[in-house]
Design a protein around this ligand. Sequence first.
Ligand code: ATP
Ligand code: MG
Length: 222
Amino acid sequence: MKLVQIIDLFKSFQQGELQIQALRGLSMDMEEGEFSALVGPSGSGKTTLMNCLGALDRPDRGSIQVGIQRLGELKQNELSDFRLHQIGFVFQAYNLLPVLTALENVEYVLILQGVQKKERMQRAKQILSDVGLADLGDRFPRQLSGGQQQRVAVARALVSRPRIVLADEPTANLDSENTGRLLDIMEEMCDRYQTAFLFSTHDDRVVQRARRVILLKDGQVQ
Ligand SMILES: Nc1ncnc2c1ncn2[C@@H]1O[C@H](COP(=O)(O)OP(=O)(O)OP(=O)(O)O)[C@@H](O)[C@H]1O
Ligand SMILES: [Mg+2]
């Protein structure tokens, strides 16, 4: 079933005197449960697209529809709700909270969602175990390897049961063993929960694992 419909998206940035056109009439669809790579040269608009789709940034014009929601029609608090409930983010630099343990980093999202303590612990522990970190929940991020931290980040992105996970170069800081492991986990989660995955990448090994490759050039889908 169709999950995302993006039509004619434009986004520009003012850089001093210069107006940079990051997205220039970009249109694309996404299906439920798809596992897709977003590729294209540096500056082609991958991060900008993900930020607009994840409601971290607003496009200048064009429309983004996720399920029955049109992002352009949502108010600030509705956009926060959309981010909290529909989207999971995984960033290149993990972005875990350093003062929280792995388990607490995952649990935190559920606190924001208002989930009760007992269910929070159950779900956070389950998802940590799904990503192979059942025994490391008590560790702080600095006590984990890069690959382990990124798996915590994936667990955190998934624990809220989002419909879409947006991952911006999630494997950029990982060696090939950890990259393979992370992709295995994401693919399994994609199938198990019918979560759609969209990850930007420059890595051919990652692209090969995608079930669909979306090529961006000059702010448009090629
Ligand atoms: N906040 C910003 N201010 C000014 N220009 C920006 C900003 N964000 C992005 N840009 C510009 O918009 C264009 C698209 O950038 P974007 O980050 O989306 O590219 P990308 O495809 O993610 O590149 P990369 O592969 O290097 O991550 C680039 O020319 C970039 O310099
Ligand atoms: Mg980018």
